[in-house]
Design a protein around this ligand. Structure first.
Ligand code: PBG
Length: 339
């Protein structure tokens, strides 16, 4: 004669005879954390910085709230602050005072990227310095190379990219990152670096860089929108993934140490295939437009920015990226500390 009453919830479990209950592993924060498959940490972030001339300059980019054009002294402070937040390195883009047809500011040893690299290596030798190797921020027409008969000419451009990469290595860059998508540039850069005694300088190649609408805010930040035409003759068609595999294979063959997919969130399938098919260090660039979308929605109160940022970066990591380049690097690093 039992007086025990049956708890109300027992009725449900009595109805379903389940042996598999996936929800067991989602009940508490502790168990969720125990079985979490993807972990995000600040040491996989690289933080892009836009470096300009002068001193004491911090000019916010209108379409990228929280991102600034920085003079060398300010860039050094920002990189050090990022390092203190746990972000190991920066990716430097240069904003020269003057531009010309041959983009000669790209390989001017006194350019903003070169000066910032030297200053960083002098003041904070432990901060990883990665430099963008491209001509678009330096050409008067905003194209990624020299123009011959109305087209971006591949081979003459490669020679200027080699000069640029060598000048960055001479300034002390740890890694050079060609983002131009010219054919054969990785091999020529590797050869030139080795011949000049920079065999320790690594190459992170933008192997699968798509011709994307999501670079818009960057072009405002870097003043690098093409004056005519577009970048379809060298950047990839967003519809293609087999071609990305061929691009990655070529760059690895030519000596790339790290391959990069760009943009990130719309190309998670590409990141996943690169990582599974090649098994090499793979970077993903969470680009300016991806940043701007999150910022804009958050500013309107339409999404929870902190959750959306961590979810986005976790998805990029889950797809297979080992390195994430993001304007959110500092903010995300601080969020991860609090978690
Ligand atoms: C070219 C370069 C671009 C970006 C990085 N390197 C612009 C372009 O291809 O037009 C875009 C990065 C971003 O949108 O955040 N030097």
């Amino acid at each position: 004669m039992s007086t025990r009453t049956t708890p109300a919830h027992a009725a449900d479990s009595a109805q379903l005879d389940l042996t598999r209950r996936p929800r067991r592993l989602r009940r508490t924060a502790a168990v969720r954390s125990l079985v979490r498959e993807t972990r995000l940490s600040a040491d996989m972030f690289l933080y892009p910085l836009f470096v300009t001339t002068g001193s004491g300059t911090r000019r916010e980019v209108p379409s990228m709230p929280g991102v600034y054009q920085l003079s060398v002294d300010e860039a050094v402070k920002e990189a050090a602050a990022a390092k203190a937040d746990g972000v190991p390195g920066v990716l430097l883009f240069g904003l020269p005072d003057a531009k010309d047809e041959a983009g000669s500011g790209a390989y001017d040893p006194d350019g903003p990227v070169h000066s910032a690299t030297r200053a960083l290596k002098r003041e904070h030798p432990d901060i990883l310095v990665v430099t963008d190797v491209c001509l678009c921020e330096y050409t008067s027409h905003g194209h990624c190379g020299v123009i011959v008969e109305g087209e971006v000419a591949n081979d003459p451009t490669v020679e200027l990219l080699v000069r640029t990469a060598l000048s960055h290595a001479a300034a002390g860059a740890d890694i050079v990152a060609p983002s131009d998508m010219m054919d054969g540039r990785v091999g020529r850069i590797r050869q030139a670096l080795d011949q000049a005694g920079f065999s320790q300088v690594a190459i992170m190649s933008y192997a699968a860089k798509y011709c994307s609408a999501f670079y818009g805010p960057f072009r405002e930040a870097a003043g690098s929108a093409p004056a005519f035409g577009d970048r379809r003759s060298h950047q990839m068609d967003p519809a293609n993934v087999e071609e990305a595999m061929r691009e990655v294979a070529l760059d690895l063959d030519e000596g790339a140490d790290i391959v990069l997919v760009k943009p990130a969130l719309p190309y998670l399938d590409v990141i996943a295939r690169v990582k599974t098919e090649f098994g090499v260090p793979t970077a993903a660039y969470h680009v300016s437009g991806e940043y701007a979308m999150l910022k804009a929605a958050a500013r309107n109160g339409w999404i929870d920015e902190q959750r959306a940022v961590l979810e986005t970066l976790t998805a990029i990591r889950r797809a297979g990226a080992d390195i994430i380049i993001t304007y959110y690097a500092r903010e995300a690093a601080r969020l991860l500390q609090r978690r």
